[in-house]
Design a protein around this ligand. Structure first.
Ligand code: CA
Length: 328
C-alpha cells in the first residue's frame, strides 16, 4: 500500500512539473472559438478580443512568403496573433490557377493551425461579384476542410469598388455565406464593403441576417483620417462589428511616405473599439507599405536592418499588443 502511495505521489509531482514547464499559450489556446457579440469579436469566454498581425501580399505575385517558416517567424519574432492570406482572384490568381493558389492558402492555414494562430483567408479581388460561383466553390471547400478549427476567419471579398451594398455586395455576401454555413456554422465571416471597404455605414443600414458576421474597414493612414473614422463610428453606433483586415501606414496606393503619427491615431481609434487589424504587407517589393527590403528571405529570420520603416512601426505595435495580451 505504501509503495502504491509513493508511486502516486511521484506521478503527481511529475505531472505538476511537466504542466508548469509547458510551452506558453498560443493565441488560439488562449482565446479559442471566436464569435461576434454586438460590436466586438469575443473569445470563448465572451470577452472582447483584439487580434493584431500581418497580411501577406497578393499570392500570385509574391507567393514566396506563403510557407510554414515565414508564418512561424511572424508568430515568434513579430508576435502576430493573426495572419492573412491574400489569395489573388484575378491577374493570374485563383481563376487562372485554382490548384496552385489554393495550395498557397492551405500552406498558410495549415501553418496557422499548427502554430495556434488565427488566419484570415481573403478573396483578394476588386470585382469578386463577377466571380461569385468561384467564391462559393472556394469558400465551400475551405469551410468543409477547416471549418471545425477555431483558427480560420473567412474574408469573402477584399475591396469592392464603388458599387451598391444592397444591390450588389449584400446578395454576393449572402450567397458565399450560405456556402460556408453548410459546413461551418460558427466561424467569423468578414464581408467587404463599398468603395475599397470603407463605406461600412452603408452595410450598417442594411446588415446581413445571421451570426458571426463582421464588416471590413480598410484604411491607409496617409490618405484616410478623421472622415473615415467617423464613417466607422456611424456603423459602430448602429451595432456593426468591424474588422480591419488590411491597413497601411502609407498612402492608399501603398507607397509614398510612412505616416507615423497618423498611424498611431488609427491604432488608438482601433483600440477604443477593440477592432482587430492586419497590416499590408509582408512583401519585399519596392514600395513604402512593403515590410521588407528586396531579397528578404522567404522563410523569415529577418534581422532589423531588413525591415523597412513601415515594418518597424508596425512590429513595435504588435509587440506591444502581445504584451498586453499575454503579459510577456
Ligand atoms: Ca466552426
Amino acid at each position: 500500500m505504501k509503495t502504491l502511495n509513493l508511486f502516486f505521489a511521484i506521478t503527481l509531482t511529475f505531472l505538476v512539473l511537466s504542466c508548469s514547464e509547458k510551452e506558453p499559450q498560443t493565441p488560439v489556446e488562449k482565446f479559442g472559438q471566436l464569435s461576434v457579440e454586438g460590436i466586438h469579436i469575443v473569445d470563448q469566454k465572451g470577452e472582447p478580443v483584439q487580434l493584431a498581425g500581418m497580411s501577406l501580399f497578393w499570392s500570385q505575385w509574391i507567393g514566396k512568403y506563403y510557407n510554414y517558416e515565414c508564418i512561424e517567424w511572424l508568430k515568434e519574432d513579430w508576435k502576430c496573433s493573426v495572419v492573412r492570406a491574400a489569395m489573388a482572384v484575378e491577374h493570374g490568381g485563383y481563376i487562372a490557377n485554382p490548384k496552385e493558389e489554393m495550395a498557397k492558402v492551405e500552406a498558410v492555414v495549415d501553418a496557422a493551425i499548427d502554430l495556434g494562430l488565427y488566419v484570415i483567408v481573403d478573396f483578394h479581388s476588386h470585382r469578386a461579384e463577377q466571380y461569385q460561383d468561384e467564391a462559393v466553390e472556394f469558400f465551400g471547400k475551405l469551410a468543409q476542410k477547416y471549418g471545425h478549427y477555431p483558427n480560420i476567419i473567412y474574408e469573402i471579398y477584399n475591396e469592392p469598388l464603388n458599387v451598391s451594398w444592397s444591390e450588389v455586395l449584400k446578395p454576393y455576401s449572402e450567397a458565399v455565406i450560405a456556402a460556408i454555413r453548410e459546413h461551418d456554422t460558427n466561424n467569423i465571416i468578414a464581408c467587404g464593403t463599398p468603395r475599397w471597404s470603407q463605406l461600412v455605414n452603408e452595410a450598417a443600414n442594411d446588415p446581413i441576417e445571421g451570426d458571426n458576421i463582421a464588416y471590413v474597414l480598410h484604411f491607409y493612414a496617409g490618405t484616410h483620417g478623421k472622415e473615415l473614422m467617423e464613417i466607422g463610428e456611424e456603423a459602430i453606433s448602429k451595432g456593426l462589428c468591424l474588422i480591419v483586415t488590411e491597413y497601411g501606414t502609407t498612402e492608399a496606393n501603398g507607397d509614398g511616405d510612412v505616416y507615423v503619427e497618423e498611424t498611431k491615431a488609427w491604432y488608438a481609434w482601433m483600440d477604443k473599439y477593440k477592432i482587430s487589424h492586419c497590416n499590408w504587407s509582408i512583401a519585399d517589393k519596392d514600395e513604402a507599405s512593403a515590410a521588407l527590403v528586396s531579397g528578404a528571405h522567404p522563410q523569415g529570420g529577418w534581422p532589423e536592418d531588413m525591415l523597412k520603416p513601415s515594418a518597424k512601426l508596425v512590429r513595435s505595435e504588435l509587440l506591444k499588443k502581445h504584451e498586453e495580451m499575454f503579459g510577456q
